[in-house]
Design a protein around this ligand. Structure first.
Ligand code: DGJ
Length: 742
């Protein structure tokens, strides 16, 4: 419950409504700041009674000065032409609208006037609600802004309410609008495809639109991610410059559109993709958009990432402060080809390596249509009795006897046409009348807009966890996107609701799981990289970053992923060499050194490892558990050398404890270098006055990667002079512990 002491009514009913703009003239203008410890958003009410977006930047000493700010004059008529806080279509076309709709009487115009603002603060989060009303139609819009004080993060979203008797149809309903003014805009965004997700690129925004979007319905982050870093005036730097990070908390279709307009302002719209997504609201119904999350830093993109990570750990990542177990996943070790013995042997080997959790991947279910390949059985969630005659419990008990937790793979939103489920419930499949059902990875999608299907999906999880309460971890996969869209459940005039209702349906299942099973770990897999967003992460403990486990590729992907999402949620596995996706041969040390900068796991057949390799793996896992895991979980990430920008083929980053007493440095050589080239790494993030001992770990030879290995330096030296590492050949790497010496 909200503490009434904190409740401040800023201003209410500041204006008359419906057709009386004269009543809203406010002199001086009312100023509404939204504030975090270091940043601020400022809104004012314009002469025309509209809520205007004024500012997002460092916290100001005197926001009242905005009461004197002049609005922009439209050259072609005597009205103000401001950037509204939540622009609607119809009266004064300044930017692309955040909201457009068909009203109950068929008219197309929406005109939102400010009605009031209420602000409350609770547990470090200031929540502001601006209420806006249409001047003619019975429509209320509430613009919500949450300000997370300590993390310098803000979340924006909108709630649209139909207060009339007739139906209205929302044509577009974005979560957030923002406007920036700078001399140049540089956008870092993410792109890729399966096995190559989350590559990043920075580009200068020129006049016109730049759009990042997905229309794939599910697995929407595989090609582009609904997040970005925007740098004002100059390309983004790690430790200086004005940067804004943004991330949409939504796992369905999304659209982020950046427009450099005729005034050279940059306008940003972010939210659900309006594409074929008109949404009808009946009498009294409301529509709540997902949250758009922002953070601002005047000290470069490094702080943007750290703010996101802090915020996620506290508010938007399940069990965000808990350490994750080191796991072995069966997929790349056995694929579909296993029996009880193969799995129990793997568990024995895993336990001997120091692994804490064994995850049984795809292939354990289906009898009439045994799941021995991806061609059949999906949807039939009964244990395959030929492969596993003693059932799952036998495996779980074996894991337990070895001191391992047990996890399992499911893909409950999907079905193979060759399955008992498809035979029983053909109407549950997403389909369009008369159209061919085109499979992807031999599978079709179940229609989560249908409550009966949602119940089925929930039961897949609930039955598993009821029958086997010791299952500690679920890997939730989703290996196709939406095509031939259509629902046999939704009425004909509501088919465009599919995209939104699917995602809401999915979230309602996650919600149920979280209520009943708060301690079960969930991985958002979705083919790898397909559900990496803050909508899904609030229910999940981690995401599967990519099916590509090649360590060299992972350096690039993990660098980009961790610009927005925390390392502790970035599942990162040591797999076999040559890599199954790339065929590249890499040393085991390199693979471990890369995987240990995220949530460490292994994904190979331990039987195929030599004794020397096993000994190295054992030692690396002990190092991870003893020194590194706490830093991956709760530490601050400092990127020191970007693999994208480095001219001499290196990459480096560091995780530093909050009290700056301990850190771990990871450094990698990503390509061939000419003789004599060595990276000098400036260690940002330490305390200049503290003294630190550097100790190399995960060593494979007595050779020192740094002459100062074992010696003590102060934080100032390590930052300003830096360390020069002897890692010059491709796939050489080094990991150093940096510990305060008192
Ligand atoms: C795709 C996932 O990303 C893989 O890790 C694995 O679980 C397969 N699906 C199993 O079919």
């Amino acid at each position: 419950m909200m503490n009434p002491l904190f409740k401040t009514l800023f201003a209410a009913l500041a204006c008359g409504l419906a057709g009386s703009p004269a009543a809203v003239l406010a002199t001086p203008r009312q100023v509404y700041p939204v504030t975090t410890e270091k940043t601020q958003l400022v809104y004012t009410v314009g002469e025309d009674g509209k809520l205007i977006f004024r500012y997002y930047g460092p916290r100001l000493h005197d926001v009242d000065q905005f009461s004197r700010t002049k609005g922009y004059n439209r050259p072609d008529c005597r009205r103000e032409a401001n950037y509204e806080a939540y622009p609607a279509f119809g009266m004064g076309y300044v930017t692309e609208p955040a909201l457009s709709m068909v009203n109950a009487d068929g008219s197309l115009i929406t005109e939102l006037a400010f009605e009031g603002c209420e602000q409350t603060t609770e547990a470090g989060v200031e929540h502001t609600v601006f209420t806006l009303r249409d001047r003619v139609q019975p429509l209320r819009v509430q613009l919500h802004v949450e300000a997370y004080q300590a993390e310098d993060v803000v979340a924006q979203w909108a709630v649209i309410e139909n207060l009339g008797r007739g139906e209205v149809t929302l044509q577009r309903v974005y979560s957030s609008f923002m406007n920036f003014r700078a001399n140049a805009y540089y956008l870092t965004h993410f792109y890729g495809t399966w096995a190559s997700e989350m590559k990043c690129i920075e580009e200068r925004l020129e006049p016109g639109f730049k759009v990042i979007e997905s229309k794939k319905g599910i697995r929407t982050t595989q090609s582009e991610n609904a997040s970005f870093i925007l740098s004002l005036d100059a390309p983004a730097q790690e430790n200086s410059g004005r940067c804004i990070g943004g991330a949409l908390a939504w796992s369905g279709n999304y659209k982020l559109s950046f427009e450099v307009d005729e005034r050279d302002h940059l306008s940003l719209l972010a939210g659900i993709n309006p594409f074929l997504s008109a949404y009808t609201l009946g009498r009294g119904e409301r529509f709540e958009t997902p949250k758009m999350i922002y953070t601002y830093s005047a000290e470069g993109q490094g702080e943007v990432s750290r703010n996101f990570h802090d915020w996620a750990r506290k508010y938007s990542l399940h069990a965000g402060m808990s350490e994750r177990p080191v796991l072995l996943n069966s997929w790349e070790g056995t694929y579909f080809d296993f029996d009880e013995k193969v799995l129990t042997d793997m568990m024995d080997d895993a336990a001997a390596l120091g692994i804490e959790l064994f995850v049984l991947d795809d292939g354990w279910f289906g009898n009439k249509y045994p799941r021995n390949s991806d061609k059949m059985g999906l949807g039939d969630w009964q244990v395959n009795s030929r492969k596993l005659p003693r059932g799952l419990q036998y495996l779980i008990d074996h894991a337990k006897s070895k001191g391992l937790k047990f996890g399992i793979w499911i893909e409950p939103e999907m079905v193979n046409p060759k399955s008992e489920l498809a035979e029983r419930h053909p109407d549950w499949i997403v389909q369009s009348p008369g159209r061919e059902q085109i499979t992807m990875r031999n599978q079709l999608l179940l229609d989560l807009t249908n409550p009966a299907v949602r119940e089925f999906v929930w039961k897949v999880v609930d039955d598993l966890l009821t029958a086997h309460p010791d299952i500690a971890y679920i890997k939730w996969d989703a290996n196709r996107h939406v095509e031939q869209v259509g629902s046999t459940y939704l009425p004909d005039d509501r088919q465009t609701h599919f995209w939104v209702d699917y995602t809401r349906g999915l979230y309602s299942i996650y919600q149920r799981i979280r209520e009943k099973y708060p301690d079960v770990m969930l991985q958002a897999c979705a083919s790898g990289g397909g559900r990496v967003d803050y909508g899904s992460l609030q229910y999940h403990d981690e995401f599967w970053t990519s099916d590509n486990t090649d360590a060299l590729q992972r350096i690039y992907m993990q660098y980009a992923t961790n610009l927005i999402y925390p390392p502790m949620a970035t599942a990162s596995h040591v797999s076999a060499s040559p890599g199954h996706q790339t065929g590249i041969i890499t040393p085991l040390k390199f693979r471990f050194d890369v995987a240990m900068s995220g949530r460490l796991g292994m994904e190979l057949q331990p039987k195929n490892m030599s004794e020397t390799e096993k000994a190295f793996a054992r030692e690396a896992i002990v190092n991870y558990k003893t020194h590194i895991r706490e830093l991956v979980t709760r530490g601050d990430l400092y990127r020191l050398i970007s693999p994208y920008a480095c001219t001499n083929n290196h990459a480096a980053n560091m995780l530093v404890s909050k009290d700056k007493s301990k850190a771990v440095l990871f450094a990698y050589c990503t390509g061939f270098n000419r003789r004599g080239v060595r990276p000098t790494i400036h260690l940002h993030g330490l305390d200049a006055a503290k003294r630190y001992r550097l100790t190399e770990i995960n060593k494979i030879s007595p050779r020192k990667s740094f002459w100062g290995d074992g010696e003590v330096f102060d934080g100032e030296y390590l930052k300003e002079v830096g360390v020069e590492l002897q890692i010059a050949r491709q796939y050489e790497s080094a990991v150093f512990l940096i510990e305060e010496v008192k």
